[in-house]
Design a protein around this ligand. Structure first.
Ligand SMILES: [Zn+2]
Length: 238
């Protein structure tokens, strides 16, 4: 095996490990108990293919061995198991549209989904909200079940260059250059939705102060630490 293949193998194994941890963190947070949602990771060699959890495996039982590789036509070409079409319809077009992105995270949450019903944007009303200041979109569309690649392409178009999108009447979605980023930002985006639903007459942070906080809260070091804290806090052994 040449060095390049070895490098791809090690990147693939690390991405798969992080995806499995991400699913288990989601489970620990009480998410995905209906099998709703997915975390994907682009394959480092086959860049048009992505890994996610076998659809029949509970989030809390996720492991690298339980992931399947999905190719551009939606069929499974690696791992053992199966996926479902909405996962393919959502993740494939976003990963195709965003070569800078290696991971997409989405699930239906206690605050993100209710918040999404208003098709509203976030205001910079908390620290975490600053992460999404001028950096999220709203997908104001009625195809809530995402039943086509075309719908996923519309989500990707509205997501644009942002790090997250509120899917109207559906829930939240984040993207990242790494799995750690996509998962950490998803957890924080859910907290932002919670703050919006609970805060009474909030006073937003100013634009410049929000941008200052955003720069501080979106560094690799900080974002990776959020993921590592989530794993350390919620998972006993990993
Ligand atoms: Zn969904």
């Amino acid at each position: 095996m040449d060095t390049r293949a070895q490098t791809a193998d090690s990147v693939r194994e690390e991405r798969k490990r992080q995806v499995a941890l991400g699913y288990r963190v989601f489970a620990a947070l009480g998410w995905g108990d209906l099998g709703d949602g997915h975390i994907s990771a682009r394959d480092p060699e086959r860049a048009d293919c992505f890994w996610l959890l076998d659809v029949d495996t509970p989030f809390g039982e996720a492991s690298p061995e339980k992931l399947v590789l999905v190719q551009p036509d939606g069929s499974v070409v690696g791992g053992s198991g199966r996926t479902n079409l909405p996962a393919y319809y959502i993740h494939y077009p976003i990963l195709a549209a965003r070569p800078d992105v290696a991971s997409v995270a989405h699930t239906h949450t206690a605050f993100g989904t209710p918040f999404s019903a208003s098709a509203a944007r976030f205001e910079p009303i908390t620290q975490e909200a600053c992460i999404f200041h001028d950096d999220h979109a709203v997908f104001d569309d009625e195809e809530v079940q995402v039943q086509s690649v075309d719908c996923g392409e519309r989500i990707a178009r509205d997501l644009g260059r942002n790090r997250g999108v509120v899917l109207r009447n559906h829930g939240l979605l984040t993207v990242g250059a790494t799995v750690k980023h996509a998962v950490a930002w998803f957890v924080m985006m859910e907290r932002v939705a919670e703050a919006h639903l609970k805060a009474r007459d909030p006073k937003p942070i100013s634009h410049n102060a929000a941008l200052y906080a955003k720069a501080d809260l979106t560094t690799d070091e900080y974002t990776n630490s959020v993921f590592d804290f989530l794993v350390g806090h919620h998972l006993q052994a990993h």
